[in-house]
Design a protein around this ligand. Structure first.
Ligand code: FAD
Length: 277
């Protein structure tokens, strides 16, 4: 059986999707070039797949493009699967709080791999490049890159993230400083974006970006399920919170109980000292 796997590049989530595809059959990888247009990209995948199953990464784009594929083929789509057994599968729902057992009522499977449910494939990636036909439906006027200081949240090796405890938009200056010293990016909780302290592009969580850095530093974040859904891919989590009972500590590898407004500048000062700057 042959499986078409849609990849975005050689990023972690795409390689995890490749692992899932390889477990289902002979996988052939494709990626799309040109401006992002989910409907046009989906049409290109539908054509390339013939009658094969289609697997994608559990990223925002992976899920969006596969949803368009499903609509165009009038077939069911299972997002964020963790295991596939023929036409039965297990998938993650509700921001990671629920594991659902489901059956696909169709001849073909359209799936995305739940982030970090599969190891990244080490197959040497040779993807066919598709050039989706945008037609008249999409005219790209301008691309506006988010202000991330150069390192995107999704790709950063270190994310310094702030929650309500930061207290204000100006309060993020000390997080920016630490992130710059660690060559990382700044993230935040939804409370912060709702308050208008940071743009939505900085939000980590169920309705924000899913990050998988080597180190996630959560400052003044309580650890709500919807936030953890976005940072549980981090290899290590350092939590700074002045409430010793905060839920975030149950997810932390390292915990500092105290006021972030004292601790974060102290870490930056120590880093400068160690580096002799
Ligand atoms: C459908 C849905 C989707 C959602 N999606 C998301 C999402 O994508 N991302 C997300 O983040 N949330 C999301 N939420 C919201 C989520 O439920 C929480 O409300 C939110 O994550 C809480 O943000 P917070 O931790 O910053 O604030 P709080 O829960 O208020 O926590 C603030 C923390 O800061 C600590 N603190 C205060 N002052 C200091 C200080 N000086 N020093 C150190 N610590 C201090 C406090 O002890 C507390 O633990 C969603 C909710 C719903 C219903």
């Amino acid at each position: 059986m042959s499986v078409l796997v849609f990849i975005e590049g050689d990023d972690e989530l795409s390689l995890q999707a490749l692992t899932l595809a390889e477990s289902l059959g002979e996988a052939r990888a494709v990626r799309c070039e040109g401006p992002y247009a989910p409907s046009a990209w989906a049409a290109a995948l539908v054509e390339a797949a013939g009658g094969d199953d289609i697997v994608g990464p559990g990223s925002d784009r992976g899920n969006e493009v596969l949803a368009h594929v499903a609509a165009q083929l009038d077939l069911p789509f299972a997002a964020n699967v963790t295991e596939v057994r023929g036409d039965e599968l297990t998938r993650i729902r509700w921001g990671g709080t629920l594991l659902e057992e489901a059956r696909i009522h169709a001849d073909r499977r359209l799936l995305t791999a739940a982030p970090f449910a599969f190891a990244a494939s080490n197959t040497v990636l040779q993807a066919t490049v598709l050039a989706p036909n945008l037609g008249d439906a999409v005219t790209v006027v301008e691309h506006v890159a988010p202000e991330t200081g150069g390192i995107s949240l999704a790709d950063a090796k270190v994310v310094v993230s702030g929650g309500r405890g930061v207290g204000s938009a100006e309060g993020f200056a000390i997080l920016e400083e630490l992130a710059a010293l660690l060559e990382g990016a700044v993230g935040c909780s939804r409370v912060v974006t709702s308050a208008g302290w940071r743009p939505h592009t900085d939000q980590v969580g169920q309705t924000g970006t899913k990050v998988s850095p080597d180190l996630y530093i959560a400052c003044g974040i309580s650890g709500a399920t919807q936030h953890i859904a976005g940072c549980k891919g981090a290899k290590k989590l350092l939590a700074i919170n002045d409430d010793p009972e905060a839920t975030i500590f149950t997810h932390a590898d390292y915990a500092v109980v105290g006021n972030l407004h004292e601790i974060v500048p102290a870490i930056s000062a120590e880093l400068r000292k160690v580096r002799g700057a």
